[in-house]
Design a binder for this molecule. Structure first.
Ligand SMILES: [Zn+2]
Ligand SMILES: [Zn+2]
Length: 320
């Protein structure tokens, strides 16, 4: 089966859509685009492709090694098993949910994923804001169960490519709501705006890639409310359009924290959630939301509050 990367073919579509949204923004929402910010986002997109080409070999090698240990075998012509494709797509999306959730709850992984969130704008160019340092998070390990289930690494990569293409169009403010049935099952601009928001009620929710059902199933879904303007970005805004600082700021911050922390807390700065500190001098998203709830008396859906922690790694660090 020939190598096929669907994302490459989608690039012209991305360019046309970004230009169309820029025209929409000029007429309807001039604040949606900021030229310097768009330039940083596009550089992230370009750089992540280069980083993928340079560092992706490790992930591919690991997946191919694991494939030798598969417990199910779709045969030598695995790509002809038609039903394996939709099944792989759905399971890969489930995998995406967990990688993404870990990307927000484990600082080591957040150091890379923060790149996707550091823009204070929300438009189609934000979708292209992809990390350069994903290879250092070992997120590839989340895909191993799929390989062991017999899905060939190439099939998984193609499904992952289509998953990423799907997520492009949801990075927009131009679409308010899709039909109710669609909002119920699929990830949409409305659901993903919530994910990019820093408003306390929305923090660390809606991790979905294609199907929003995973968030509903695992208790991390929060619907968008219409009477509260969204503030996009990260809790502590970057305040800079310097590309290299944008790429590496969280890695630098994390390494500095580990360096300065007492020995028994060093590992926690790697594995606990962003904002955690051993002396409680900073705030995690759960602390921010809890304070906001006390201040406003607003009860958000239990789903959003219960995100608090099911991060088993963080839990085991509690005693550290
Ligand atoms: Zn995210
Ligand atoms: Zn996004």
């Amino acid at each position: 089966m020939p190598e096929f990367n669907p994302t490459q073919y989608a690039v012209p579509l991305f360019v046309v859509a970004v230009l169309a949204e820029m025209i929409w923004a000029k007429l309807r929402a001039p604040e949606a685009y900021e030229p310097k910010d768009t330039l940083v986002s596009l550089s992230f997109g370009l750089g992540s492709t280069v980083a993928g080409a340079l560092l992706g070999g490790f992930a591919i090698t690991l997946m191919l090694l694991a494939y030798d240990w598969r417990v199910v075998d779709f045969g030598p012509e695995w790509w002809t098993v038609w039903w394996a494709w939709p099944l792989c797509f759905v399971l890969d999306d489930l995998k995406y949910y967990w990688v993404h959730r870990a990307g927000h709850r484990i600082r080591w992984m957040w150091a890379s994923h923060v790149n996707h969130h550091s823009s204070q704008h929300y438009n189609l160019s934000t979708a292209l804001r992809q990390s350069w340092t994903g290879a250092f998070t070992f997120g590839v390990l989340f895909g191993i169960p799929l390989v062991l289930l017999g899905f060939h690494p190439v099939m998984i990569a193609i499904c992952g490519g289509f998953n990423l293409i799907y997520q492009f169009w949801i990075h927009t403010e131009a679409i308010k709501r899709m039909p109710a049935w669609f909002e119920a099952v699929m990830n949409t601009p409305s659901h993903h705006r919530v994910h990019h928001a820093t408003n306390p009620r929305y923090l660390d929710t809606n991790y979905a890639g294609v199907f929003i059902i995973w968030d509903k199933l695992f208790g991390t879904f929060t619907p968008e409310v219409d009477d509260e303007p969204i503030r996009y970005g990260i809790v502590k805004q970057l305040g800079s359009f310097n590309l290299l600082w944008s790429v590496f700021h969280e890695w630098i911050g994390m390494i500095a924290d580990i360096w300065h922390a007492p020995w028994k807390h060093k590992l926690s700065y790697l594995l606990r959630e962003p904002g955690w500190s051993h002396d409680c001098s900073r705030e995690t998203s759960d602390m921010i939301r809890a304070k906001w709830q006390v201040r406003t008396g607003i009860e958000v859906a239990p789903a959003a509050t219960s995100v608090a922690d099911r991060n088993p790694i963080a839990g085991s660090q509690e005693a550290a």
